[in-house]
Design a protein around this ligand. Sequence first.
Ligand code: FES
Length: 107
Amino acid sequence: MFISLNDDQVEMVTVFFEDRELSVRKGLPIAAALLEAGVAHFRNAPVTGAARAPFCMMGICFDCVLIIDGMPNQQSCMVEVRDGMRLARQSGLADVMSGSDKEQLSI
Ligand code: FES
């Protein structure tokens, strides 16, 4: 799908997407690195459940949202890959509050 134009002397890092170990180019945004590695399904739409993938690559559309190292709702086009990152597909809206936070708001 995507081909790098400059592969000479490129440093690689290892990331984990779902159960896959991927070797990706250091310095890329996560979204670009995953697309280059052949990942085309990043999240599921909250209402329809439709598969979504990065569209704008500049922080506008939110179609690249992933769970990054356990943190949901992260725009993968805005975060650089780091060695050992754990990446997961996000389905729908993530719960952004812990149980105690929710209890405080439900007075
Ligand atoms: S690809 Fe649009 S916000 Fe990341």
